[in-house]
Design a protein around this ligand. Structure first.
Ligand code: GRF
Length: 221
């Protein structure tokens, strides 16, 4: 399966996904064919180039339009451009790896069941973009990470894999996030592989069953 990765930041999850697919011992069904970023100078962009992966920049700032004196990003137009870019590279499965844009229906409907995201908390706890700080503020002793299918509602799609991470009394946001990321680096590739194999995990598709969005596992996994 041809995989496209979307990122906005440091790209350590992207590196982990690529490393997994390139390790012959994994006999991976996935091949990362493109990295797309909305941030031209993201560290992850330079890392992807160094790994020899084609990189595309779709800068959301180019989609800012002014209507009635108010400026805003035309998110549908931006997502259409993301879709076109991924299609041009023949992408079949999309991994959001520290991608800091909210996806519109234009994107979600096209990739439903074929797009996954990693989140640094045990969903449905601590949704949103500051999940690590939220866990510290809540003084929980355990948090973790979740890989899930992407739906329009942020951090709400069917859960594929989760793993717990302990919170230590002297943790800062950065020490805790590093410990979570280390776990994401094995969990995310595992989930990507399961989705790429198609026979391992999928989103329920029968609209009459009432379980649309639920995740179905096969006993092969
Ligand atoms: C990860 O912790 C991910 O869960 C969150 O952002 C971080 C991205 O890290 N959404 P990196 O860019 O992969 O290093």
């Amino acid at each position: 399966r041809k995989v496209g990765i979307l990122l906005s930041g440091t790209g350590t999850n992207m590196e982990a996904l690529v490393a997994y697919t390139r390790d012959p011992l994994n006999r991976s069904a996935a091949e990362v064919v493109v990295v797309v970023s909305n941030i031209p100078d993201a560290i992850g962009v330079a890392k992807a180039k160094a790994l020899g992966i084609p990189v595309e920049i779709v800068d959301h700032k180019q989609f800012i339009e002014t209507v009635d004196g108010k400026s805003a990003c035309d998110r549908s137009k931006y997502d259409k451009q993301i879709n076109d870019t991924l299609e041009r590279h023949g992408v079949e499965v999309v991994c959001l790896a520290g991608y800091m844009r909210i996806c519109t229906s234009v994107f979600v409907e096209k990739w439903r069941g074929r797009c996954i995201n990693t989140h640094p908390a045990i969903l449905p706890a601590f949704k949103g973009k500051d999940a690590v700080q939220m866990a510290l503020d809540a003084k929980v002793r355990v948090t973790g990470c979740t890989v899930h299918f992407v739906e329009e509602e942020v951090d709400a799609g069917g859960i594929i894999l989760q793993q717990a991470v302990n919170v230590f009394p002297d943790d800062t946001k950065s020490t805790l996030h590093e410990r979570i990321k280390a776990v994401e680096h094995t969990l995310f590739p595992k989930a990507m592989e399961a989705v790429c194999r198609g026979d391992a995990v999928r989103v329920a598709s029968d609209p009459t069953s009432g379980s649309v969005g639920a995740v179905c596992w096969s006993d092969k996994f």
